[in-house]
Design a protein around this ligand. Structure first.
Ligand code: SAM
Length: 291
């Protein structure tokens, strides 16, 4: 996946982009579009996130809650993992920066109330504490190991109501083959219907996938700088969204600006980093084997 968006750990986030994490523009737009469309269509339900890290995606999920709806997040935060492989994953990617209190501060910078927080391995959610059929949207982005992700998909399936949507992170990264295995297993043996593929996330439903695709096509993604394609996978249609790649002429036009940014004093380094981050994200480069 692209590098984590980083920021000084102690700085209170001013903007949602200031929260470190791996939740980028295209998926932010897809989440916002799908959640807003559900609300516009009168679909109600809770929202569940498995794997929140410092709150970058949870804050957006919280933006879309309507009165009476609840967001539940489940993350280990600073707790121990339940098995050695998960512990190694935590040590490699999250331990240095992640605490529950940092998540809470980030979330409260944008919302009046915290979500329901389950600080535990996501496997605890298999006990049915999320009422069956209560959710309209589930974001799965916790452990990236097959054994965990396949369980998380079952949790999502039980939690989702009719036509609810699940988003599964890192379904195609070189360093997360277990996620790919769990996702496509759910498609071919578990009734999960693909709706949308982005460079980072798989979106699906156990309900009406055609209707969900139609909802996505109501937006003019091309006008907003994205590509739109449609594929068929073993008879199932799926949309693909990606970032439009700049032409060489467009890239050349932007190079002097990048160089100028490099020459600016240190106070401008955040802006420089933002430019580079955007470029990396657009090219879907995956330099760090984490998350
Ligand atoms: C990729 S990060 C989540 C990123 C976040 N959704 C965002 O968009 O910025 C993965 C998170 O999953 C958590 N995690 C890893 N294994 C877990 C497990 N077995 N149960 C619960 N949380 C876990 C980690 O603590 C980490 O915060």
């Amino acid at each position: 996946m692209p590098s984590e968006v980083t920021a000084p750990a102690t700085a209170a986030p001013q903007r949602r982009d200031d929260i470190p994490g791996w939740f980028f523009g295209l998926d932010r737009a897809a989440f916002a579009h799908l959640l807003s469309a559900q609300t516009a269509a009168g679909v109600t339900g809770d929202v569940l996130e498995l794997g929140s890290y410092l709150g970058r995606s949870a804050v957006l999920l919280g933006d879309h809650l309507r009165p009476g709806e609840r967001l539940t997040v489940c993350d280990l935060f600073d707790s121990e993992a339940g098995d050695a492989d998960n512990a190694a994953e935590m040590a490699m990617s999250y331990r240095k920066t992640l605490t529950r209190s940092a998540f809470e501060s980030n979330y409260l910078a944008f919302h009046d109330e915290l979500p329901e927080i389950v600080q535990a391995p996501t496997s605890v959610l298999a006990d049915g504490r999320i009422p069956a059929g209560s959710c309209r949207f589930v974001h799965v982005d916790a452990s990236h190991l097959y054994e965990h992700v396949s369980g998380d998909i079952l949790v999502a399936r039980a939690a989702l109501g009719e036509n609810g949507l699940v988003s599964l992170d890192d379904y195609r990264s070189e360093h997360t083959p277990g996620v790919s295995a769990a996702v496509w297993e759910a498609v071919f043996t578990g009734g999960l219907r693909p709706v949308l593929l982005t460079p980072m996330k798989f979106y699906g439903t156990w309900g009406d996938a055609d209707a969900a695709r139609q909802v996505l096509l109501e937006r003019d993604w091309r006008a907003d700088g994205y590509t739109v394609d449609e594929d068929t996978i073993a008879g199932r249609r799926v949309l693909r969204l990606n970032y439009q790649v700049k032409t060489p002429a467009q890239l050349q036009r932007s190079t002097p600006r990048r160089l100028a940014l490099d020459l600016l004093p240190p106070v401008a380094t955040r802006a420089t980093r933002r430019v580079l981050r955007t470029l990396r994200e657009r090219r879907a480069v995956r330099p760090t084997p984490n998350a």
